[in-house]
Design a protein around this ligand. Structure first.
Ligand code: 5GP
Ligand code: ZN
Length: 112
């Protein structure tokens, strides 16, 4: 399948990886929107959060455990945001589930 994040997960396209195991990968966003901007993806192809089911509970729980671990590693105790854009209206540009971990500056709310 021709999917950018599947290619990154397979090591076919390089990324600045900060964490990897059998199930997930975390790497720096190529166009950071904040001083810390890390993307977390499941290695299996899932199009977006809209495709998740109860069966993905362990996988999503694992991704959030990795986020918590990275937040400690990057000393983000002042705060951070986790975002997953779903669909065109939310601006999803890569159709493979991913979570943005954003930090290092004040983040406005509500988002634009
Ligand atoms: P979305 O817009 O789908 O929520 O997020 C996709 C993100 O992937 C964007 O923040 C974009 O900068 C990032 N991105 C797109 N292509 C690449 C790439 O080739 N490498 C990396 N590391 N990030 C990418
Ligand atoms: Zn994919």
């Amino acid at each position: 399948m021709d999917c950018l994040f599947c290619s990154i997960a397979a090591g076919e396209i390089p990324a600045k990886t900060v964490y990897e195991d059998d199930l997930v990968m975390a790497f720096h966003d190529i166009a950071p929107a904040a001083p810390v901007h890390i993307l977390l993806i499941p290695k299996p192809h899932i199009p977006s959060a809209a495709a998740l089911t109860e069966r993905d509970g362990d996988l999503v729980g694992h991704i959030f455990a990795v986020i918590a671990r990275l937040a400690k590693e990057y000393e983000l105790e002042e705060g951070f945001r986790v975002v997953s854009n779903v669909g065109a209206l939310a601006g999803q540009s890569v159709p493979h589930l991913h979570f943005h971990l954003l930090s290092g500056r004040a983040l406005a709310w509500p988002p634009g």
